[in-house]
Ligand binder design. Structure first.
Ligand code: GLN
Length: 534
């Protein structure tokens, strides 16, 4: 008889304030466990009543990350994938709305057999079902609970993970709580009271944390650890200090040095192995090094008040930059300002221009002007999703097809060079209906793109409604661009590039989702190399 492997569960909660980097902490712990040879999974539970992150406003919530199987998720999944270099799936993202929907659907389908349907035990059991399913087959499953302990909204998740300890055996579970240690400038002191209170609040909900991770702006000393231990009942050896780091990628190394990963493995009753962190350390060394060579990227964006909106694109650029040993400055340019043609002159200052993905009409003419400027002045241009759509329109208009437009700019126009296919019509503004997740692409062997990927068949992730209108692809040659990659299954354009240009490459997919800190994506690397002319 083959014994079924017992999955171990790690639950990560946060207290005191939001925005402490719970996602980075969960991802870092996963990184250290994977580096020890464990088969690790990660899952984010979010208290929002949305079914997924697809309809959330990126200005407030940051980027919508997309998994290979097309889940529209919280941006923390992007951190997870980058920290463990592993593709996640639908199961790794659980929003409260999805669980509620299931409970209500089950009730309608008569699955509750006449019971009163209640938060406890029905909603909590449904949450547990999703967690257990996602953890199946893994040595360790790490579950991050969004929000701050004490929030009304996350209570059912906290209760669900408390009960799970009883269901799967408390020896198979570990509760990690992330707290904050504020620094009082006038007295030069780090305060532990909010952390103590937060641990008490969690205890009040029936969970005694096994491990505390204490975030602070300034480095704290070992007396602080003693004090926290005394007041929270968490052993000193199970408390890790996490002061601000110059790079998020340093967090796993700080945690490794604190000994907390070894402690986690020990508490879970697993065998500790020496972690292999060589590649990671090399990357962190590069990420924190200052290089003499410097380049400036003009980043033509719409949401300028929240850097999280484009976090995967920034991480992809940074990764390509550090492995090419160059300092990269990314300047945000408001695309609406570029709607006035004469303002595009300021783009001259930049070594490269990048137009990322986006939705809605606002700022699109500015993005087209930026693409035109890059095309005409032979400045390296990288277009991502919307950035490809605008690059095609720019090329068309530069060839005197002035009416060329997209379905988002003019939904009634007959000249939609970028349009929606029949399966998308009428679905605008509905959830989960875009072209999402992995699609195949065949690259033309005589393209620049082929040189970058050095591969004929690729798979990349998508999230869009619009496509290059097949009616116009025959005109691309006339417009000075060519198709570098197509979807072999439906014939849709995946990548275009300009014929007579150092680097005018744009793709319908989102390559940033597959870039890794230790492995930059070929398109981002190609863009940087074109700028550096190597
Ligand atoms: N808004 C465009 C579309 O729906 C581009 C989407 C994107 O950039 N992700 O097709």
């Amino acid at each position: 008889m083959v014994l079924k492997k017992q999955t171990k569960y790690i639950f990560v909660t946060g207290g005191v304030i939001s925005g402490l980097g719970k996602g980075i902490t969960a991802a870092s712990i996963a990184n250290l466990l994977k580096a020890r040879g464990f088969n690790v999974n990660l899952q984010k539970c979010d208290p929002y009543l949305n079914v997924d992150a697809g309809m959330l406003n990126p200005r407030e919530h940051g980027e919508c990350f997309v998994t290979k199987d097309g889940a529209e998720t919280d941006l923390d999944l992007g951190h997870y994938e980058r920290f463990i270099d592993q593709e996640l799936n639908q199961q790794s993202s659980l929003m409260a709305g999805r669980v509620l929907l299931k409970v209500i659907q089950d009730e309608r389908a008569g699955k509750y057999d006449g019971d009163d349907v209640q938060i406890i035990p029905h909603l909590t059991a449904a949450i547990q079902g999703y967690i257990l399913e996602a953890g199946k087959g893994f040595d360790i499953h790490i579950v991050e609970i969004g929000g701050t302990v004490g929030d009304y909204e996350s209570l059912s998740f906290i209760e669900a993970i408390r009960e799970l300890g009883l269901k799967v055996g408390i020896e198979n579970c570990l509760y990690i709580h992330l707290v904050y240690l504020p620094y009082i400038n006038t007295s030069h002191e780090i305060k532990t009271k909010p952390a103590q209170n937060s641990a008490r609040e969690l205890r009040g909900l029936g969970i005694q944390p096994n491990i505390l991770v204490a975030r602070s702006e300034e480095p704290a000393n070992s007396n602080i650890v003693k004090k926290i231990s005394l007041f929270t009942g968490v052993k000193e050896s199970s408390i890790a200090l996490l002061p601000n780091a110059p790079s998020i990628y340093e967090v796993p190394l700080t945690l490794e040095d604190s000994g907390v990963a070894t402690e986690i493995v020990r508490l879970l009753g697993l065998k500790d192995n020496k972690p292999s962190l060589k590649e990671w350390r090399k990357m962190v060394d590069l990420a924190t090094k200052s290089f003499d060579k410097k380049i400036r990227i003009g980043f033509i964006a719409k949401y300028l008040d929240n850097t999280d909106t484009y976090v995967s694109v920034f991480e992809a650029l940074k990764s390509a930059a550090l492995w090419n040993e160059v300092k990269i400055d990314i300047d945000w340019i408001d695309s609406t300002e570029l709607e006035d043609q004469k303002n595009t002159q300021k783009l001259k200052e930049y070594d490269g221009i990048l137009v990322p993905g986006g939705f809605g009409k606002r700022g699109l003419e500015g993005k087209i002007n930026a693409a035109k400027f890059a095309y005409q002045n032979k400045i390296p241009y990288l277009g991502l999703c919307l950035g490809m759509q605008m690059a095609v329109i720019a090329a068309a208009r530069l060839s005197n097809f002035n009416e060329a437009t997209s379905f988002e700019i003019d939904p009634k126009s007959k000249f939609q060079v970028i349009t929606t296919m029949n399966d998308q019509k009428g679905k605008e503004n509905t959830g989960g209906t875009m072209r999402l997740g992995n699609y195949n692409c065949n690259i033309n062997k005589d393209s620049l793109t082929f040189k970058l990927y050095n591969q004929e068949k690729i798979i990349e992730r998508h999230r869009h409604r619009g496509e290059c209108n097949p009616k116009y692809t025959g005109d691309f040659d006339k417009w000075g661009i060519r198709i570098a990659g197509v979807n072999p299954d439906n014939g849709l354009v995946e990548i275009i590039e300009a014929k007579d240009h150092p680097f005018y490459v744009a793709c319908q997919f989102h390559p940033e989702f597959k870039s890794r800190p230790t492995k930059p994506h070929p398109l981002f690397e190609g863009f940087l190399k074109a700028i550096l002319k190597v």
